[in-house]
Every structure is written in structure tokens, then in C-alpha cells.
Design a protein around this ligand. Structure first.
Ligand code: SF4
Length: 349
């Protein structure tokens, strides 16, 4: 008989690690799917092999990254079950991930799904009624097994059909971590991430910034939310220049590099030529308005003025700077006077 397989929703937190291990301990192959979006964990896409190796070495788990970006940024715009404390649409997020995981069952010849949810652990998404809604709306009723609290929930298909032994599953509930820590020790897992998680939608400041993007039709434009915009939104200082133009400035070398990588055709990329300073990126430049050289010049001066303002100061004061502006691979330059703070204060997002 071929080995039974299951797909796990894998956040990388302790609960999801344990859920995988509890099922693997019954001789079942588990393929852990780690979903990534611009709001969480998409930096892992740059180092997928290393990440897989790390998870295998630390926890003995086989993990795959799945990029949900484009569909997910649409979901965040209008989640049917609303938002949590910040801009986190946790219930719809889980429904979406489970729905995607379900479609991947045939690819991995897997019979059922598992997740590390614990009944009553989170106020919004882990209540009994919510767990039911998530199962139903994701099309996973009966095939979603939650190994950490399964014995508090109705039997699932894999338990009923004998693929999984229910008596070896757990009955955890509530917010305490004692049971999980004990189980981790039993599996010899000593090192695991803290439960805080890395979802930017739950961060008060970033959540507010993201909410503003979704509410600002001009910033988002007719095509709707885009993953490329969200990536830019989550880096550096953000400004809305007069005329509705979106401008982003790096705060350190890493952000400057990130901004340069995120530049798209049509964006302007600004750098300082004569001394260290921030990289700037202007999106929604003049693409939608008739180009007139006066308007373009003014925009260059404003954007250049912000770059000069945040460039390295001399004697405690920002000085005029030589700024290079690259538009569609065509460079030009200007000497920009630093903008006074009271001029741009209102433009900061
Ligand atoms: S915290 Fe973020 S990743 Fe986790 S369920 Fe909520 S929205 Fe999804």
C-alpha cells in the first residue's frame, strides 16, 4: 500500500510545526505549504532552497513556498468576514489559503489537510463557530484535521476511515502555551519562533498605512490593488506629492537597495550624486496626465528636494544636492534645494 499523504498549512510557528509532527508520527507523509504574500514572508521567495533546508534540518518537515500575492491583495480589499483589530482579514485569509491548499491535494496525492489551529486560542478566527465557517467556505468540511485540538472537534474523514488514529491526536484549547511547549520537548524541538508572527496586516502602523492605500482610489488606480504596489508601500518613508504622485524614500542602505529593485517601467528613480543620501522612487508620475515640461520640472524639483532634505547633512543642515533622476532608463539630473519641513509635512503618509 502506498504511503498516505497530507498537506499542512504551515505558518512556521510552533503550532503548525507540531501539527505536522503529530501527523508524521502516525507514519503519514506531510507536505507543508507555506503561503507567502507581500504582507507576510515573501522575502523567503529569494531564498527558497535555504528555507526548505532550514525547516528540514530543524523540524524534519518538508516545506514548499506558495506565492498567493495577486489574488490575496484583492481579497484584502473587501473581505466578506471583515477585519480583525487592525487590517487583518484573518477569517477570509484562512478560507483563501485552505481553498488553495485543497486544490493542491491531487498534485501531492494527498488525502486530507491539516492546520495548527487551537480551539479558543485567538478571539476572532479560532472560535468553534468560526472554525466551522472556515471549513465550510473553503470547501474543506470533513477533510480538514486540526491535530492539536482534534479531540475537541467532531471526527473528520481521515479519522473515520482509519487513516489517522484519533486517540493519538490532542485536545488543546485556549491561549496557554504549556501543552505546546511540552509536546515540542517530546519531539525534541528546542528552537522555534515566538508566536508573535510576521503578518504586517496585524501591525498597527503598517496596517493603517495599508488601509490608507486601499481607501485611496487615486493611489491604487483603476486596475485595483497590485502586489507590486504593496511591496513598495511597505518600505521607507511614504509621501503623496501635490497632484497625487506617490513618492517613496529609503531610510537606510537596505531600503535604498530594495526600492531600486522595486522600480517598474514608468517609475522615476532618484539618487544623490555628490554625497550619501536616500534613494527615491516616484510612482504614478505623469503617466496619466498630459506631459508638459513645466509640470514635469516642478515634480522633479519637489522629488529632488525631498532627496536633498534627507541626504547627509553638513553642520546639522541639509544642503542642495546633485540629484540623478532615471526615467525609463534615461538619466537626467538637477541641482535640488532641500525642501523645508513645513512644506512637505502634510504630504507624509
Ligand atoms: S494574521 Fe495575517 S496571515 Fe495570519 S490569518 Fe490573519 S491575516 Fe492571515
Amino acid at each position: 500500500m502506498s504511503q498516505v499523504s497530507a498537506i499542512a498549512l504551515f505558518s512556521g510557528g510552533l503550532d503548525s510545526i507540531l501539527a505536522c509532527r503529530v501527523i508524521m508520527a502516525q507514519g503519514i507523509r506531510v507536505i507543508a505549504l507555506k503561503f507567502v504574500t507581500p504582507f507576510f514572508d515573501d522575502h523567503l521567495l529569494d531564498r527558497e532552497d535555504a528555507y526548505q533546508e532550514e525547516v528540514r534540518r530543524k523540524y524534519g518537515i518538508e516545506v514548499r513556498l506558495v506565492d498567493l500575492s495577486e489574488g490575496y491583495v484583492q481579497l484584502v480589499a473587501n473581505p466578506a468576514h471583515g477585519y480583525g483589530k487592525h487590517f487583518n482579514p484573518c477569517i477570509d485569509c484562512k478560507i483563501y489559503m485552505l481553498g488553495r491548499a485543497r486544490t493542491m491535494l491531487p498534485e501531492y496525492k494527498a488525502s486530507f489537510l491539516i492546520s495548527g489551529e487551537v480551539l479558543g486560542q485567538r478571539p476572532m478566527s479560532q472560535r468553534m463557530d468560526t472554525l466551522r465557517v472556515i471549513e465550510r467556505e473553503s470547501g474543506c468540511a470533513g477533510i480538514l484535521l486540526r491535530p492539536l485540538c482534534a479531540r475537541r472537534l467532531p471526527e473528520t474523514d481521515p479519522e473515520r476511515t482509519g487513516l489517522v488514529r484519533r486517540e493519538l491526536l490532542h485536545a488543546m484549547s485556549g491561549r496557554g502555551r504549556k501543552e505546546q511547549i511540552r509536546l515540542a520537548a517530546e519531539f525534541g524541538i528546542g528552537e522555534y519562533p515566538s508566536p508573535a508572527g510576521g503578518c504586517m496586516l496585524t501591525d498597527p502602523n503598517l496596517g493603517e498605512r495599508i488601509a490608507r492605500y486601499y481607501q485611496d482610489r487615486a493611489l491604487m488606480q483603476a486596475e485595483g490593488p497590485r502586489a507590486a504596489d504593496i511591496r513598495l508601500l511597505l518600505v521607507g518613508r511614504q509621501f503623496r506629492l501635490p497632484g497625487g504622485h506617490w513618492f517613496v524614500l529609503g531610510r537606510n542602505e537596505a531600503e535604498n537597495e530594495r526600492i531600486a529593485v522595486l522600480a517598474e517601467p514608468g517609475d522615476w528613480l532618484l539618487t544623490m550624486r555628490d554625497r550619501p543620501g536616500p534613494t527615491g522612487l516616484l510612482r504614478r508620475g505623469l503617466a496619466d496626465s498630459p506631459v508638459d515640461s513645466g509640470e514635469e520640472r516642478k515634480l522633479m524639483e519637489l522629488a529632488g528636494g525631498l532627496v536633498a532634505r534627507y541626504g547627509r547633512k553638513t553642520g546639522g543642515r541639509p544642503l542642495p544636492a546633485e540629484v540623478r533622476i532615471e526615467r525609463n532608463g534615461e538619466p537626467c539630473g538637477l541641482t535640488a534645494a532641500p525642501l523645508p519641513d513645513d512644506v512637505f509635512r502634510e504630504w507624509q503618509l
